[in-house]
Design a protein around this ligand. Sequence first.
Ligand code: ARG
Length: 631
Amino acid sequence: GAVKVSLRTISTMETEKEIIGSQKQQLAKLFEESLKAAFPDVSDVQPLIAICNDAKHGDYQCNNAMSLWNKLKGKCTQLKGPQPVGKAIIENLPASEMIEKCSIAGPGFVNIVLARQWIAKSLQKMLIDGIETWAPKLPVKRTVVDFSSPNIAKEMHVGHLRSTIIGDTLARMLEFSNVEVLRRNHVGDWGTQFGMLIEFLFDQFPNWEADSTPAIGDLEGFYKASKQRFDSDADFKERAQKAVVSLQGGEEKYRMAWAQICEISRKEFQKVYERLGVHLEEKGESFYNPYIPKALELLNEKGLIEESEGARVIFIEGKKIPLIVVKRDGGFNYASTDLTALWYRLNEEKADWMIYVTDVGQREHFEMFFSAAKRAGWLPSNEKDYPKASHVGFGLVLGEDGKRFRTRSTEVVKLVDLLDEAKSRCKLALEERGVFYILATLGYDTGGIFLFYFLSLLVNITGKAKEWTAEELEQTAEAVGYGAVKYADLKNNRLTNYTFNFDQMLSDKGNTAVYLLYAHARICSIIRKSGRDIEELKKSGAIDLAHPDERMLGLHLLQFAEIVEEACTNLLPNLVCEYLYNISEDFTRFYTNCQVVGSAEETSRLLLCEATAVVMRKCFHLLGITPGVVD
Ligand code: ARG
């Protein structure tokens, strides 16, 4: 008979590298045990672990004592005040090599100092098992990230660029945290404007059917021209209105014309996504259209839908104006589509977290239909419970003049032009500054030890570039240029407006992508320069964090998981940028004060360099920035 091989055994062997979760999560486990042991009668106490504000007091702190004391007051005669409560928490901590010591401060705060050896060991283990073992554990399985979502036949503008960049990063962070992500492009591909576009297509391109993609060329111009005709020609207007009915009735010819128009836009959008290295799956508004009647019927059964001024609406507590779900003319709108899409994502796609990335201007719309969904019982009324829907709003992109970012005075900035400019500026800078400086900046292996410093010196003297293949130049200019655009956007708290400034984002000083890419490349070159085999060192060497600057860097590297966790939970990519920048600062301090190559601690310190490079690379990856080829 056939020999049966249990596949399961093999796969468990492969996945043996356990995901350990963040320090906070690990400490929480220890303190949970201690809380249970110390206060068995108080049920349901969640350990409150935070990073110490002042590093002098410790690395972390446990903040449960005060609120526990409030619960125990009067009921417990042994303990007098929050301090003894804190003390009891410390006394009941299970033994762990993680903690070096604990002390009490103020009203019972427990300050925790992590063991140096444990930090070192964790870093070593990560170097061997991979940074994936540092992925945070999140309480969700499947999320929808609804982002980018431009509108067909209209230009993709800087708002869509922000949505694309922020959404992609959120998706990357969630994916890294082992959450399944449905990356949804909710394109505006439905609505009454299509009647006008289709009729205009028939008019202007009588041969459209033979031509699989009619040479509309500039679709935005086409849109404007058809709008003008619509507004000025009553006969055309009537035909356009009939075309909407035909399209929505599913008439073949109209469906085909619609599909062609969509396809032209789609190709344009795709160019931007390819440049940015962003992957999306389109499920546009039209996709949900057939489900709308059913979804609205469900809401109607719950008694949510009312008649108001000829429209069908849902009233929301605290809002004067209701949410319109069926227009006066019987048509559906943005809100009916979004309610239906939410229903679909919950019931068909079984997602437990729906994340929507748009400008803050749409906040009201999201609040309204989230509230309607809560009224319907589709979403729990408590914000903290799952399934959950979150609107990730972001501010405006401003020009140098402090006004909405536009070229000349009125035109919206075309995304492609913007990316082109970022790239060409980089290319110019690359050519001017010298090839090797930039190659090394990107972590490209320039072929040998010492080469980096040698050549950057050379470049500084002559200011001249060496020959570079055209392809290398292109790739590098793209990596730096697009990386700079992304980073400049992501480093701000997303809710604030930010000023778009090429000079600033492409500067190699300050908190910019260029500076960070350079910092990373420098670390790689230190390792290269040592001439030691880092893979070998990982296996045979050990990290020791005797110097305070080493310990600080090590501790902060270890905080990677909780930063990503917090960035995911609060949907704030800027936390990862801030962290990345701080790590590079920690590294500089360490490197200034601790000799690496040629020192007695060389092995340990090279491993610390490597751990820093690994963490930085993962941050770049999460931010959608290409650090070079050293991965
Ligand atoms: N198409 C919309 C716009 O350009 C964004 C769509 C956002 N997603 C959503 N489910 N409403 O403003």
